[in-house]
Ligand binder design. Structure first.
Ligand code: 4AD
Ligand code: MG
Length: 476
């Protein structure tokens, strides 16, 4: 008979149906009760083994994380909290798991410990829930844009341009490390490289996305991006996934509206499709917060927080207003901020978190930042000092979205690039979008892992990506 996944099986009415299930053993009690998990849900299936039917040597091999094929009948369960169980007719051990060597115990492990056992942590409930939610969010992202008629563009991973102009790139080269070809002045001769020039891993697909948007109208990218910033924080990865929609005939206001609608859509999708996992994660978070002093605990549970986000508008303020709020704040007056607060200075994460967690207590969109610390492609405002940028800040996370209306006026863009030492010759292809039929356009980038953090209530970005790449973490 056909294999049934446990998640599906648990929705059945027990009626002596014959089934086959396969999975990994979580626990085995009294030589009788196996808790089996196949990754489709955190709820284990109870498999009841007939007493006296098997040799002790066989039963000893049913250990945590050994894999089993079970056929049997679905019967009503006597145990509490479960509707049904399987009365095993045949039990086959597919793979043993030596309990002396298997590193995880059937108990709660700390996330730090599991980070060291990252290759096996998927076999725990917490990571089961996190990755099922992550999957749903990814699926919802495609669904959202597909329904709106956006094209999914695959922008290059290997690129010659620095889209953010921030110089945080991983170099890609085929030249030998130990003895690269040199120019006369001793510098490395990248013209000898496979690509004939220096190339990098992309930091953002935006510039290529603009090429596509100025032909197809509305597009999005969803792919890995790389930043060689040596930030050893709970919010930064060297390799992270980013979603970057880009829209022609779109201004800053339209851009904000889309971003807010988009974020709410994918949260709602996860709430509808991953209720069980979100409830598990909510309970995990509540448990974890019990360890914190009362004033550090959040005033809402995870599910409540997500519902609140769905039911309320994001706050929208300008950078200038944000600085005013910070200057008026009790935190500023009591000198609680470590970094300077002043118009013209970039906000640090302590300032962003004050705005969203203490002042507004909800997501905030900050617009019109001073041009000095924003990218070259952002549209200059009338005041000549600020640009049409927007960042979305989320409680508990800080910046989750960065975006802007783009500078579509060729002369203004060229002047700005010159001012910022961005080489126009190298970006000739980008400038062609302004040369031939330029249009007002805008877009943004959502950091996928930061979004997953927000929805799952996890606190370290390394726990929401399968194989985190961060300083000193790349064993596999
Ligand atoms: O603000 P950023 O640098 O914006 C861009 O890359 C633009 N090209 C986006 C656009 O307008 N199309 O990055 C966008 C988002 C940030 O808000 C943050 O959520 C995430 O990407 N991000 C990171 N996430 C994890 N680790 C890092 N090192 C990140 N750097 C940025
Ligand atoms: Mg940013």
């Amino acid at each position: 008979n056909k294999r049934v996944k446990i998640k599906e099986l648990l929705t059945w009415e027990p009626a002596q149906q014959e089934v086959t299930v396969m999975g990994w053993v979580r626990t085995f009690r009294n030589n009788q009760f196996i808790a089996l998990n196949d990754g489709s849900t955190n709820t284990n299936l109870q498999v009841v083994v007939e007493l006296g039917k098997y040799e002790d040597d066989f039963l000893k091999r049913i250990t945590t994380s050994s894999s089993l094929k079970v056929t049997g009948t679905v019967i009503a369960s006597q145990g509490k909290g479960q509707k049904l169980e399987i009365k095993a007719a045949t039990l086959e051990i597919l793979g043993d798991s030596d309990p002396e060597k298997y590193p995880l115990q059937p108990k709660k492990h700390s996330l730090e410990f599991l980070r060291e056992k990252a290759h096996l942590r998927f076999r725990t409930n917490t990571f089961g829930s996190v990755f099922r939610v992550r999957h749903s969010l990814a699926f919802a992202i495609h669904k959202f844009f597909h329904e709106k008629g956006f094209l999914y563009m695959h922008t290059p991973i290997i690129t010659a341009s620095d889209a953010e102009g921030a110089g945080e790139m991983f170099r890609v080269t085929t030249l030998p490390f130990d003895n690269p070809p040199r120019n006369e002045d001793g510098s490395i001769n990248f013209k000898e490289d496979f690509f004939g020039r220096t190339t990098n891993l992309t930091v953002s697909g935006q510039l290529e996305g603009e090429l596509a948007a100025t032909a197809f109208g509305e597009i999005y990218t969803f792919g890995p991006t790389f930043r060689a910033e040596n930030s050893n924080t709970t919010r930064h990865l060297a390799e992270f996934w980013m979603i970057e929609p880009e829209m022609a005939f779109c201004d800053l206001e339209d851009n904000m509206n889309l971003a807010e609608e988009f974020i709410k859509y994918i949260i709602r999708f996860a709430m509808e499709h991953n209720r069980e996992d979100l409830e598990f994660l909510a309970a995990r978070l509540a448990e974890e917060e019990k360890q914190l002093p009362a004033d550090k605990r959040s005033d809402m549970g995870l599910i409540e927080k997500l519902e609140f986000v769905l039911n309320n508008n994001f706050e929208r303020i300008t950078y200038t207003e944000a600085i005013d709020i910070l200057l008026q704040s009790p935190a500023y007056k009591k000198k609680k901020f470590q970094y300077e607060v002043k118009w013209g200075v970039d906000m640090q994460s302590e300032h962003e978190r004050y705005l969203v967690e203490k002042h507004f207590k909800k997501p905030v969109i900050v617009t019109n930042y001073p041009k000095e610390f924003k990218a070259f492609y952002m549209r200059m405002n009338e005041d000549g000092k600020t640009v049409a940028a927007m960042d979305i800040l989320a409680p508990g996370i800080g910046e989750i979205v960065g975006g802007s209306q783009r500078e579509e006026r060729m002369e203004v863009l060229e002047a700005r690039m010159k001012e910022m030492n961005i080489p126009a010759e190298e970006l000739w292809w980008y400038l062609d979008t302004r040369r031939f039929g330029t249009v007002p356009h805008a877009g943004f980038g959502l950091g996928f892992e930061r979004m997953v953090l927000f929805v799952t209530g996890m606190s370290n970005i390394r726990d929401v990506i399968a194989f985190p790449r961060a300083p000193k973490t790349a064993e596999f």
